[in-house]
Each structure stands twice: as C-alpha cells, then as structure tokens.
Design a protein around this ligand. Structure first.
Ligand code: GCU
Length: 397
C-alpha cells in the first residue's frame, strides 16, 4: 500500500470550502454557521465517515463502587463508578470509570475526560484500582499495572486543580477488526437484530467511544465537587480521533484535545503524507462506516477534509498536539487543519493562527485553536500535558 513520508513528494491539492453549503450558499456569519452549516457538516460526517452515535438508553445508573479519600499521596479523592445502561427489552451494558478529584478545593473544579487503551489500572500507580478493559471474549486486554501513567499525569493534573476521569475504550466497544465485535459493544443494546452488514453501514467503534465520553460527562454532571460546565475531552491517536468526534457532537466539552490523532483525526486527508484512507480502512475497518473504505486512493472525492472537523468545535477551544517523529500521523497536516479551521472561528470574531504562523518544535501557539509540536515520537507525554493544562487554565479563569 502506498505511503509517502517525503515532504518534497506531496502534490498539490484543493480543500473543499468549509463555508460553502451543499446548495452553494456561502456562510458569512456565526448565526448561519450554528443554525445551518454546522448541522449539515455533522450529518455529512455521520453518513460518510464515523457513522451515527448510539441513542440514549432507556435507563442509566451511576453506582460508586469504591471511594478513597487519601488517594495520590493524600492529594485526591478517588472514586470508581460503574455506569450501567439498560433497555426496557432487558439488554444491558456497563463500564467502570476511574475518577480523581483534588482534595480540599475551594470550589467545584473543571474536569478532563479521556478514554484509555489498556485499562484503568494501567493509568495509575495505585495498585488497588480495579482492572478493566476486556476484549470481546471477556478477557482483560492488559494485566500489567501502571505502564501508561505518563499518558495520564493524574497527580500533576490534580495538583493543578483539575479532576480527571477515564474509562477503558474496550469496555465501550472492543477494538477488534472482527465484524462481530460490535455485538459486545454498547450498540448491541440498540441494534442486536441487525446483520453485521446493516450495522457497519451506519455505525462505528469511534462513534461508540465518543458516546461513552458523553455518558462519562453525564455522570460527572452529578458530582458536586466538579464544575461540569468546564469539561475537557482529550485523547491520543485513535482516541484523539475519538475526542474530536466526541467534541464535535457534544458541545458540553469546552476544550477538545487532539493528541497525535493523525489520519481521520486532525491531519488533512488530501495531503499525501503518512497514513492514508487505504491503509487505515484496511487495518481498522470498524472505526468507520463500511462505505468509507470506498475512498481508498481517492481522497480528493471525500466531500470534506479534516479542517471541517476542527471547525465543528468552534468557538470552543481546540488543542492540537503533534510529535516531530510521528510521520505516520502527518504533523504538518495536523497543523494545517487547525489553520484552515480559522475561517469558522473568524465568524465568531476569534482570531486564530494561519498556515504561515511559525511553530518551531517545542513551542506552542496558544488561543482558541492552539497547536504545538513536541520533539520525539507518537505518545502523550508530560510536555503535551503542559500545553493542555495551559489552555485549561485560561478556561478555568
Ligand atoms: C495505528 C493507526 C493510527 C492510529 C494509531 C493509534 O497506527 O494507523 O491511525 O492513530 O494506530 O491509535 O495508536
């Protein structure tokens, strides 16, 4: 499969106009953006790429299954909460959220929400956290503890006055290519009678994960120590694609962090650099509706490009992070989608960076659309977190 990582081989491309409606009308004000164009774009994304999020279940319950008041060396309150969903026809699904809240905060605190790859126990150094994250056979995907703590930075996040919540993404939709794996996902509550073919024509794992992030926020809204009007969604790589899609759908998220989200995340699709639609739909078909694979090798025919996805976050904060050595994710393409989304932010009277704004490695362009590129490879590190905390501090006030 073709994959270019030589900047001098990137050919010319023309981006579809984010402000031009399907009927040819041009949007020139924030009111028309919010009331017509925004929903038109969401609908195009749902039909073409990420499918439809699951509906709301008939019943939802939040049950605190553990609580510790001296967590993280006595700086945090730690809760594990089971989020349970049920349908009137008896179908059920549940997953466990790990939550840290700063201890003794003077007022309710903002919260970061993110999904993790390898289980809640893998994100914290505390060894009494329940092991989560099961594959479609019900086995734990990871029995080691704590090897991704650097991606979470719970202690420092709490020290800076933010709560932080996570759920393992496998527990919402097991991340497996097998076309049956959705039957172990939240979607099974709603579409169990569909064939695999029908299901994959309108739904995807990324939409299930985005739905899970919104359900986490529903739960956090009931926590008195949390100011859920200041909720931030973050995600790395495939979960960065997911945080963008969650933030596009759920405007309660006031900042959307895309960390190394790459192809079908923040990187422009038409720029021939790094991962392509052909590669991603070959290895990960379940992340998209089945018809999206039809755009393999013909990205120019996709009705949108990824600056449209960033635009759906306007006028809220979009924080885009890249890593210099992460060529698979196309750091330049990630930068450019943020630049091109600026036209939509401008409708709200917000100035953002443009494609000529300098962005040297290990610096940060701040603002409603922020961008940084860190030295090193594909990961979410303390350096990335420092940029996200900086933007979160602005929102916190
Ligand atoms: C693969 C995939 C990427 C994805 C990444 C990840 O490399 O090709 O699109 O972002 O996995 O999620 O780590």
């Amino acid at each position: 499969m073709h994959k270019n990582t030589d900047e001098s081989c990137v050919g010319p491309y023309t981006l579809p106009d984010v402000l031009k409606c399907s009927d040819g009308r041009m949007i020139d004000n924030a009111f028309d953006w919010v009331n017509t164009r925004r929903s038109e774009i969401l609908d195009i994304y749902r039909r073409t790429m990420y499918g439809f999020l699951p509906p709301r279940p008939d019943k939802t319950e939040f049950e605190v299954i553990s609580e510790k008041n001296d967590a993280l060396d006595n700086t945090a309150i730690r809760k594990e909460i089971r989020l349970s969903f049920a349908m009137n026809n008896g179908r059920k699904h549940s997953f466990v959220m790990l939550l840290y809240i700063p201890k003794n905060a003077a007022k309710p605190v903002p919260v970061f929400c993110g999904l993790n790859f390898k289980g809640n126990h893998n994100c914290t150094f505390e060894d009494d956290v329940e092991m989560t994250g099961r594959n479609s056979s019900g086995e734990l995907v990871e029995t080691e503890r704590s090897d991704q703590i650097h991606r979470w930075q719970f202690a420092e996040t709490v020290k800076r006055g933010f709560a932080s919540a996570t759920v393992c993404y496998h527990d919402i939709y097991p991340d497996e290519k097998d076309e049956n794996s959705w039957r172990k996902s939240v979607y099974n509550m709603f579409f169990a009678d569909e064939s695999n073919e029908e299901f994959h024509s309108h739904a995807s794992a990324v939409s299930a994960w985005a739905w899970g992030l919104s359900r986490m926020l529903d739960c956090l809204e009931s926590e008195p120590l949390i100011d859920s009007s200041k909720a931030f969604v973050h995600g790395h790589s495939r979960l960065g694609k997911t945080s963008l899609w969650a933030g596009a759908n759920d405007t309660r998220f006031k900042m959307v962090v895309s960390n190394d989200s790459g192809c079908c995340g923040s990187a422009l699709l038409r720029r021939d650099f790094g991962e392509t639609v052909e590669i991603i739909t070959h290895y990960f078909p379940h992340w998209f509706v089945s018809s999206f694979a039809g755009y393999a090798c013909c990205e120019a025919e996709i009705p949108f490009d990824q600056h449209w996805l960033i635009s759906l976050i306007a006028p809220r904060y979009a924080a885009i992070g890249s890593a210099e050595e992460d060529l698979h994710a196309d750091p330049k393409g990630e930068f450019l989608s943020g630049a091109h989304a600026g036209r939509v932010y401008n409708l709200f009277g917000i100035e953002t960076y443009n494609e000529n704004t300098p962005h040297p490695v290990n610096s940060c362009i701040t603002g409603a659309v922020s961008y940084h590129i860190r030295s090193g490879g594909h990961d979410q590190t303390l350096v990335d977190w420092k940029h996200y905390w900086e933007i979160a501090d602005i929102i916190k006030g």
